[in-house]
Write a protein that binds this ligand. Structure first.
Ligand SMILES: [Zn+2]
Length: 67
């Protein structure tokens, strides 16, 4: 059973639950019991990166610079 990170869109609580993939829509926030939670996979990706994705964004957003 995978551990999935969620974030509550009602109160902002982030938490992790061991849930089956097909049950992830029935997860409730442990703080306010709201069912308005979403998977927090984007936050993990941003937090785990160490600048390599930023480099790519620069190359796409601006002109390549040859100095
Ligand atoms: Zn909540």
């Amino acid at each position: 059973m995978p551990r999935i990170d969620f974030i509550c869109t009602t109160c902002g609580q982030s938490f992790a639950e061991f849930v089956r993939f097909e049950e992830r829509d029935s997860v409730k926030c442990p703080s306010c019991e709201s069912s308005h939670v979403k998977q927090d996979f984007l936050g993990r990706w941003n937090g785990g990166g160490s600048g390599s994705s930023g480099k790519t964004a620069n190359a796409v957003g601006g002109r390549p610079r040859f100095t």
